[in-house]
Design a protein around this ligand. Structure first.
Ligand SMILES: NC(=O)c1ccc[n+]([C@@H]2O[C@H](COP(=O)([O-])OP(=O)(O)OC[C@H]3O[C@@H](n4cnc5c(N)ncnc54)[C@H](OP(=O)(O)O)[C@@H]3O)[C@@H](O)[C@H]2O)c1
Length: 253
């Protein structure tokens, strides 16, 4: 199936490692040009260099998405240097670690940046001749309360984002923009949280893996391909979906 992403202009937040890096890689492999960001410049530049190796144009900017002015400038730069924006993937999160400031971090790094990036990108996406697309990277922790979710900010904050994405998914199609969500279950990769838990909390890691019917944790590329599909013209009549990518982890109808 041709996803129709060749020559598309795609913004991905948090693309220097993990799921965001895999998402950028799948878009580049599909022929899309990219604008990517992360806070640390050196790993971001390394990722951008690898992505440029595919022959695609890549704009890379080191910034904290919690900085509204920097986020707006990044979106504007992406549109100017790529000649427009066809798709935005909001991938950054404050993460699932508990702590006294977890609610503030969730608001600053998950909620407000998603709300803002949708606003900032909207005029560019509305001008897309392919049809604009927004994809939120959420989590299965927003869809249940058992471990590893629990009474922490992470799942609640992502649930709030699911709601906003679903509401936008019904208002923005009037402007030619679709909005969808991808909800990964536990995803393991070198340097990621689940690799660390496997080493530091082996019993907890094993208890989670035992609840995944696929018998293993997921891989970033398995999430990335779902994101690329929902961001692409191949899913042109899909808006408001929440595509769970979890190997059967969630026990719900
Ligand atoms: N891994 C999982 O098991 C899993 C499961 C379900 C859902 N998810 C979701 O998938 C997404 C990616 O998760 P991941 O595990 O791949 O995360 P990760 O390994 O922590 O990578 C996050 C990326 O975002 C960047 N980043 C973090 N905070 C940022 C900020 N404030 N401003 C700009 N860039 C920032 C990081 O680079 P810097 O640190 O240099 O900024 C990095 O490139 C998140 O939304 C997460 O909730 C992950």
């Amino acid at each position: 199936m041709d996803l129709g992403l060749n020559g598309a202009r795609v913004v991905v937040t948090g693309a220097s490692r993990g799921i965001g890096r895999a998402i950028a890689g799948v878009f580049a492999a599909e022929g899309a040009d990219l604008a990517v960001c992360a806070r640390s410049a050196e790993p971001l530049e390394r990722a951008a260099g690898e992505l440029r190796g595919t022959g695609r144009r890549v704009v890379a900017e080191a910034l904290d998405v919690a900085d509204a002015d920097a986020l707006r400038a990044f979106v504007d730069r992406a549109a100017a240097e790529l000649g427009g924006i066809d798709a935005v993937v909001s991938n950054v999160s404050a993460g699932s670690a508990a702590g006294p400031d977890m609610w503030e971090r969730g608001l600053a790094t998950d909620v407000l940046p998603f709300v803002r990036v949708c606003e900032y990108a909207e005029p560019h996406l509305a001008a897309s001749e392919r049809g604009g697309a927004i994809v939120l990277v959420s989590t299965t922790s927003a869809l249940h309360t058992s471990a590893p979710s629990g009474p922490k900010a992470y799942g609640a904050v992502k649930a709030a984002l699911n709601h906003h994405a679903a509401a936008l998914a019904r208002t923005l199609p009037a402007k030619g923009i679709r909005v969808n969500t991808v909800s990964p279950g536990p995803i393991e990769f070198p340097g990621g949280g689940w690799e660390r838990r496997r080493a530091e909390q082996p019993d907890f890691y094993a208890s989670i893996r035992s609840r995944i019917p696929a018998g293993r944790l997921g891989r970033p590329e398995e999430v990335a391909r779902a994101v690329a599909f929902l961001a692409s013209p191949a899913s042109s009549f899909t808006t408001g979906a929440n595509l769970v990518v979890d190997g059967g982890f969630l026990d719900r109808v």
